[in-house]
Design a protein around this ligand. Structure first.
Ligand code: GLU
Length: 381
């Protein structure tokens, strides 16, 4: 048996790595998978595992693959069409991954996630346990969004952020986004000859965000913007992120050999997994405006109580993530709200004795408990 050469460069030393693979890398023509390329990635995965890392793949390509097979029109697909395309594409995609990984003696396990699986605490803990078990058993989870049942309102929509949520959920220390670009450039490289690749990004500043622009290709949903969003989710949770091109064979070997890529460093003191989960929410359906007294209490590490809430916007349920702003609209914190929006509106500005009368039952007194609250300062900004 030949021994697999472990990575010794930029990809060495990681414990748990999530690799996101974009649709355009996997599918060509009218729905053909690039089998040879997938084989090279499987060999890279074997090397990464030989370097001591557990590996998870977040693979796009179901819709791109299925639309070709079903001969659906070019351009943006209607929701029902993309759901049907995903059903056809996912089965072939998962099978192909199982086969190419199997050639290296690696077992693959398919996981299809819907938004609620990472956004709702109970389902999140459940998903984490299943994926954790697969890793413990030595398998490679192959993850995608469950596009056949995802609807517009309840979807990640792009696998960049899905992969970042998975990286945070699983306590990964590295997220690799393989796409059709070498990394983050100072300006769009097609348009600006002076554009430079930024090799290391210490922090995602507004300047970095401005460089990301918006463009996405027809096959994949995420442009550079969703990659930066993914970077925020991952780095806050303590994972580094690498953006590199997957348009070459063995793209991970190329990164490790010093090939072009951008590395986003993780936050030096990441918040706890639970707080990272709270701030990484894809959607925050509500906004609570609070008065000066409550701002002070929050800054002292106290809970947000109903009397300090002056305004409630949005439609949310108990347990959803909401944004907390001051009277001037500046974001101060995010947290898991303890009441549905209807009740939050009824009890805002009230003290606990009155709240009991309003709700007709003793409720919890906090609007957001301090354990469920993440101040902006906690994230180092
Ligand atoms: N989940 C989609 C698919 O498998 C891809 C989303 C994306 O391109 O980011 O087709």
């Amino acid at each position: 048996m030949t021994t697999i050469e472990a990575f010794a460069g930029p990809l060495s030393g990681y414990r748990r790595v999530v690799i996101k693979i974009g649709s355009a890398l996997l599918v060509e023509g009218r729905g053909t998978l690039k089998r040879g390329w997938m084989e090279s990635v499987a060999a890279d995965v074997a090397r990464l595992r030989a370097s001591g890392a557990g590996v998870l793949l977040v693979s796009s390509g179901a819709i791109a693959m299925g639309r070709g097979v079903l001969k659906l029109p070019k351009g943006r697909l209607k929701l029902e069409d993309s759901q049907a395309a995903a059903a056809v594409g996912q089965i072939a995609l998962a099978r192909a991954w199982a086969e190419v990984l199997g050639d290296h003696g690696i077992t693959a396990g398919q996981i299809l996630l819907t938004l609620g699986d990472t956004e709702e605490r109970r389902r999140y803990l459940n998903g984490r346990a299943t994926i954790g078990k697969l890793l413990k058993l030595g398998a490679v989870p192959v993850i995608n969004e469950n596009d056949t049942v995802a609807t517009t309102e309840i979807r990640y929509g792009d696998n960049d952020r899905l992969a970042a949520r998975v990286a945070a959920m699983m306590g990964a220390d590295l997220l690799v986004l393989l796409s059709d670009i070498d990394g983050l450039y100072t300006a769009p490289p097609q348009a600006d000859p002076d554009a430079r690749l930024i090799p290391v990004i210490d922090r995602i500043t507004p300047e970095i965000e401005a460089m990301a622009g918006g463009a996405a290709s027809e096959l994949s949903r995420g442009g550079m913007k969703t990659k930066i969003d993914a970077g925020k989710i991952a780095t806050v949770a303590g994972a580094a992120m690498i953006i590199a091109s997957g348009k070459v064979a063995a793209p991970l070997s190329r990164i490790d050999a010093g090939g072009p890529h951008s590395l986003f460093r993780p936050e030096a003191s990441p918040v706890t997994a639970r707080k990272a989960w709270i701030v990484g929410h894809i959607d925050a359906p509500g906004v609570l405006t609070i008065d000066a007294g409550a701002v002070k209490a929050l800054k002292q590490g106290r809970s947000l109580l109903p009397p300090g809430v002056t305004r409630v916007d949005g439609d949310f349920h108990r347990g959803d993530t909401v944004i907390v702003v001051d009277e001037a609209g500046n974001e101060l914190a995010r947290g898991l709200v303890a009441y549905d929006a209807v009740d939050a509106r009824r009890i805002r500005g009230q003290n606990s004795a009155v709240i009991e009368t309003i709700l007709g039952a003793p409720g919890r007194t906090e609007m957001i408990h301090r354990d469920d609250l993440v101040l902006k300062g906690d994230l180092g900004d």
